[in-house]
Design a protein around this ligand. Structure first.
Ligand SMILES: [Zn+2]
Length: 267
């Protein structure tokens, strides 16, 4: 007969050597991947973070994330570990353009309601917190091409700071197929949003989503499950766009992530 003390000893031996492993980027615009004991509770700055059945989780740091963040992991047996993360700070390109006609800087009042409605739809699509495991895959660039616009850059038009550029722009001819950078479920497929035209939001799980802007054609519908490399649409210049290109964005909920960092880290 095996006594209870001996059983406890066996359990201790079978526990993983490391209760917490982190990989990826604790950097502005980066995703930091974690592995802990299944059943643990994880919090970043007090915010509860989903832990998958195998103990995997992901954290995202926005464009202007603070230089430090506190990660707390409470394991199923009650032990709590606190890690102080140093978040690498980046410099972004800032461009000032003055003397522009004001109508180019401010959208006409007639479309403000539409812009607000569009923003709410996109925010809702990015708010999903699902068990999908695809966030942990190595992301692939959705179209081949030269990156002509980078994450984080900002323009100041007539002295008014504009929203920073949160995606990467990839130059590609109109009609080029856009391939899913990782598996996911389609949460938004709209053909005509005011700023972004044909727009798709793909949920990769745990709050990580991809958004594709200015599409000419949409080849998926809300609720579709897509695999990495599946065709989802075609490159276009719809919405407020000045030429055919793909603007690809990644989010961790409402935090903006740099797609270049995510594809680079995956290499
Ligand atoms: Zn863009």
């Amino acid at each position: 007969m095996i006594g209870p003390l001996f059983l406890l000893f066996l359990l201790a031996l079978s526990a993983p050597a490391a209760a917490l492993e982190l990989s990826g980027g604790a950097i502005q615009g980066g995703l930091l991947y974690g592995q802990t004991v299944p059943g643990s509770q994880v919090r970043l700055e007090g915010r509860s973070v989903r832990v998958g059945p195998e103990g995997r989780f992901v954290l995202g740091f926005g464009r202007d994330a603070a230089p430090s963040a506190t990660l707390t992991v409470r394991r199923p047996e009650g032990a709590e570990e606190t890690v102080s993360l140093t978040v690498v700070q980046r410099d972004y390109e800032v461009q000032r353009i003055d003397g522009l006609p004001q109508t180019l800087v401010t959208p006409p009042e007639a479309v403000w309601d539409r812009i607000r409605r569009d923003a709410a739809l996109v925010a809702e699509a990015r708010a999903h917190d699902t068990q999908l495991p695809d966030f942990a895959a190595a992301f692939r660039q959705p179209v081949a091409g030269i990156v002509t616009g980078i994450y984080g850059s900002q323009r100041i038009l007539n002295g008014q700071p504009r929203q920073p550029h949160y995606g990467i722009d990839i130059a590609a001819p109109e009609g080029t197929p856009v391939l899913s950078p990782a598996g996911g479920i389609v949460r938004l497929a709209e053909v005509d949003l005011y700023y972004t035209g044909g727009t798709i939001v793909l949920d990769h799980g745990h709050g990580v989503s991809s958004t594709f802007l200015h599409l000419a054609g949409l080849e998926v519908a809300v609720g579709d499950r897509v695999a990495q490399g599946d065709r989802i649409g075609t490159v276009g210049s719809t919405g407020r766009s000045t030429g055919a290109h793909l603007d690809w964005r990644i989010n961790w909920f409402d935090e903006r992530i740099d797609p270049q960092l995510v594809t680079d880290l995956a290499k």
